[in-house]
Design a protein around this ligand. Structure first.
Ligand code: FES
Length: 170
C-alpha cells in the first residue's frame, strides 16, 4: 500500500461531507417543523374555556347603597374570550329594593345598546338615544325598547355583592 492510498482512505470524500450536511439540515428542519406543528395543533385543537366561576366578580358593599336609589358602579372582572383570558372593567346599575333584595341591571338599553341613566326627577331609567324609558324594576314604560332591561345574575355573601353572567330578559 502506498502512502497516497492510505491518505485517500482515511479522508472522507467531499461528496460524503455534502451528504452529511444535507442530512443535518433536513433533520433540523424536520425537528423545527415538528415542533411548530405540534404547538399549532395543541393550540387549535384544545377546546375553548367555558364561562366559569372566575367570571364572577366582587362589586362592592351593599351597605353603600340606599334602598330605592339606583346607583351605577364599575367593577373589574376576568373575561374569557375563546382561548384568551383578560381582566376588564364592567359597569352595572344596582337597585337595592325596600325589602333589601337587590337587582343588578346591565347598563345597555335593550333597543340598540346605548347607555341609559337614572333620572331621579322622573323616577325612571332614561335612554338618551331614542327616548326609551324604563321603570326602577327594568320594565319598559316607553319604547322603542322592545323588552325590559337585561340583568346580571347576582350573589350576596354577607354584605358583599357579587356579579355574575348576564340574564337576558324576554
Ligand atoms: S338605544 Fe335606547 S332607545 Fe334606542
Amino acid at each position: 500500500m502506498t502512502n497516497e492510498y492510505i491518505q485517500e482512505q482515511s479522508t472522507p470524500a467531499p461528496l460524503d461531507r455534502r451528504a452529511f450536511l444535507e442530512r443535518t439540515i433536513y433533520t433540523l428542519m424536520s425537528l423545527i417543523a415538528g415542533a411548530v406543528s405540534i404547538t399549532s395543533a395543541l393550540y387549535l385543537l384544545r377546546p375553548p374555556k367555558n364561562q366559569s366561576r372566575s367570571d364572577w366578580a366582587d362589586a362592592g358593599d351593599l351597605r353603600d347603597f340606599k334602598p330605592g336609589v339606583p346607583k351605577q358602579i364599575t367593577f373589574e372582572r376576568n373575561h374569557t374570550d375563546g382561548w384568551r383570558a383578560f381582566a376588564g372593567k364592567d359597569s352595572v346599575w344596582v337597585v337595592k329594593n325596600p325589602d333589601d333584595s337587590v337587582t343588578a341591571f346591565v347598563p345597555s338599553c335593550t333597543h340598540l345598546g346605548c347607555a341609559y341613566a337614572w333620572q331621579a326627577r322622573r323616577g325612571a331609567f332614561v335612554c338618551p338615544c331614542h327616548g326609551s324609558v324604563f321603570s326602577q324594576t327594568g320594565q319598559v314604560i316607553t319604547g322603542p325598547a322592545p323588552r325590559p332591561l337585561d340583568r346580571y345574575q347576582i350573589e350576596q355573601t354577607g354584605s358583599r355583592l357579587r356579579i355574575g353572567p348576564i340574564l337576558k330578559s324576554s
